[in-house]
Write a protein that binds this ligand. Structure first.
Ligand code: 2PG
Ligand code: MG
Length: 435
């Protein structure tokens, strides 16, 4: 057998925020190699796999030497001689070895780096690009991208409360076209910020720094940027928001610091709904805090027929949480972040559960990223429908978008853009906003 694992090792390297992260290498008996880098979130869900950090003074406490040692020691020993082509078996061994429900002992960052590196090695042993290894002969769709124009929240020093202001171009014919339109919007937004004397660089994921007087001001600016790029908001280009509401929910109240306003859950749902009426919004992620399930249900009831309602902190890429939410009628889409799950197998299970519920699925990067482009292949190989990797700037983001273009090219005549089909089933196409 050529796919026996003969070595697993790790090192501490650096992510897009200049923080330490784990890189894992896997070598197979037949000589194939796999390498992967763990991403890291800033606005993390309470129930996601634990990002194990060294603490102390060194590197602001963000060091990952403990995680690296766990890979080089216990994990390497446990995986020696196992078959990399059996991803579920390998991931099961990692999870069992850890023994905690959230990978707190070995570190979710250690586990996901190894899990991904094993997958890369198995694909290399087959001599296939990763997406082909995963799609097993099927011809998957190319994703509808969600691309950030303005950053905010935990990614921009909380300059505004909304975390991600993104755009989607579901009517494009190809990924290439969606990118071209988005790049016009991104540049137009930068120009408008500059003209207004508000240009102040970019936030963690490459979106423009949100130098705004209010959260709504940011939404208005995004609409203007779409128009300035010569596109029709709500027809050609739509807005997608990640509210990341867990970040500003304290003592039972939603506190929008930029607006000096506080809301109880009921009135916050109203507030979100009023934005969905006034602006051309097609998707809203985490409109309520991770434990405020009634508000998540209410938002889905009010908006779910025409707006995608995405669970991130609430669902944390967990199959059981997704199934429970679907039963309650909360959300109609799941964000899939591999490091929330901690292993490739667990992330895939979450995605499959969401598909069974006829939800949309969005494979997503984290705010702390690297040159690792595996998630693009995961998206394509798993036929996820949508992809979110931050803005249209900074190479840790562009490396991923550019890889998608290469895959589109490689698919040739088979390439099919998911477009509207990447969104939840049955979403009415009635343009939002301006009502
Ligand atoms: C999110 C992600 C990406 P983070 O909330 O969806 O934007 O942020 O990686 O900081 O959790
Ligand atoms: Mg989110």
């Amino acid at each position: 057998m050529k796919t026996q694992i003969s070595s697993v090792s790790a090192r501490q390297i650096w992510d897009s925020r200049g923080r330490p992260t784990v890189e894992a290498d896997v070598l197979l008996s037949g000589g194939a190699r796999g390498r992967a880098i763990a991403p890291a979130g800033a606005s993390r869900g309470r129930y996601e796999a634990i990002d194990l950090r060294d603490g102390g003074d060194r590197f602001g406490g963000f060091g990952v030497e403990k995680s690296v040692a766990n890979v080089n020691g216990e994990i390497a020993r446990a995986l020696f001689g196992t078959n990399a082509a059996e991803q579920a078996d390998v991931d099961g061994r990692i999870t069992d070895l850890d023994g905690t429900p959230n990978l707190a002992r070995l570190g979710g960052n250690a586990c996901i780096a190894v899990s991904l590196a094993v997958m890369q090695a198995a694909a290399a042993a087959e001599g296939l690009p990763l997406w082909r290894h995963l799609s097993q002969g099927r011809v998957p769709r190319l994703p509808l991208p969600e691309i950030q124009i303005f950053g905010g929240g935990a990614h921009a020093g909380r300059r505004i409360d909304i975390q991600d202001l993104m755009v989607m171009v579901p009517g494009a014919d190809t990924v290439r076209e969606a990118f071209e339109i988005t790049s016009d919007v991104y540049r137009a937004a930068g120009r408008l910020m500059s003209d207004a004397g508000k240009l102040a660089g970019t936030a963690d994921e490459g979106g423009w720094w949100p130098n705004f007087s209010s959260n709504e001001n940011a939404l208005e600016m995004l609409v203007r940027a779409i128009e300035a790029a010569g596109r029709r908001p709500g027809e050609d280009v739509f807005i997608s928001l990640d509210i990341a509401a867990s970040e500003f929910f304290h003592d039972g109240r939603y506190k929008l610091a930029r607006d000096s306003a506080e809301f109880d859950p009921q009135s916050f749902v109203e507030k979100i709904s009023s934005w969905a009426r006034r602006f051309p919004i097609l998707s809203i992620e985490d409109p309520a805090a991770q434990d405020d399930v009634p508000a998540m249900i209410r938002t889905t009831q009010m908006l779910g027929s025409r707006v995608q309602i995405v669970g991130d902190d609430y669902l944390v890429t967990d199959s059981a949480r997704i199934a429970a939410a679907a039963k309650l009628g909360a959300c109609n889409a799941a964000l899939i972040k591999i490091n929330q799950a901690g292993t490739v197998t667990k992330a895939r299970r979450a995605l499959e559960t969401a598909k069974v519920e006829r939800w949309a699925t969005i494979v997503s990067a984290r705010s702390g990223e690297s040159e690792d482009i595996a998630i693009v292949h995961l998206y394509v190989g798993w036929d996820a429908g949508q992809l979110k990797v931050g803005s249209f700037a900074r190479s840790e983001r562009m490396a991923k978008w550019n890889e998608l273009l290469r895959i589109e090219e490689e698919m040739g005549a088979d390439a099919r853009f998911a477009g509207w089909g990447g969104l939840p089933e049955g979403l009415t196409r009635q343009p939002a906003g301006g009502a």
